[in-house]
Design a protein around this ligand. Sequence first.
Ligand SMILES: [Zn+2]
Length: 275
Amino acid sequence: MPELPEVEAWVRELDPLVSRAAIEKAGPAHIATLKTFDPPLSALEGRRLAGSRRHGKNLVFPIEGDDLVVRVHLMSAGRLRYLTPSMKGPRTPMFRLRFTDGGELVLTEAGKKKRAGVWLVSPAQLDHDLAHLGPDALDVDAEALAEILGRERRQLHPLLRDQRVIAGIGRAHANEILLRARLSPFKASTELASEEVERLATAIRDDLQRALEMRELGKGDDDVYLVHNRLGKNCPQCDTHIARVDFEEHTIYYCPSCQTGGRLLKDRRLSRLLR
Ligand SMILES: [Zn+2]
């Protein structure tokens, strides 16, 4: 699933493009993709987007006049692209906005399961719909992080990717951040020394900023990720082989030397002993 750096890079790329011309035709939209029906999509026709923003992993397109907002969540397999008139688009997009200058904003989704979503709502409804999101990961400093970590005892990896706690980080960047911070994915949030909280806050910012810069240059997962999905490759910090452990429905990647004192995490139960 695209995480903060990828979504932020797309939002920055789309921002000037989607506001160039008014919307001529809104739709078609797949019945599984469009999550709202009132107002109808046709309410967008003749209107102009005021650019693009990001809330957590959501892309948000306010309408000029500020009475409506289009929200898009891509989930795992959704992709949103701006096509110029000379570019050939998909025959059956999940969602499409066609602009008066011939440009198109097109949502496609690979695979059979259609999980990406498009919402057309008022700004007040958007605030309500996104009220559960925690602060944006790029805005969390050490002081805010200390407060978040101290709220309840939780393991660091699931905590970091909980959108209600901090918005924007998923399982890939949780792996990257914890490697950089040299902290075990299963360490308890309430047991971090203040120096470790500082290290984690710095790792969140540095990892996401680096990834954002690389995504803006068009780099892919192989360049962006140093530990995620790199079982057996060398840790960039110490040359130890990257290991992995299954946890709930996820696979967590980590460096035993940098993060767990050389110990391999076997499973969740064993990991409790290794905190
Ligand atoms: Zn290492």
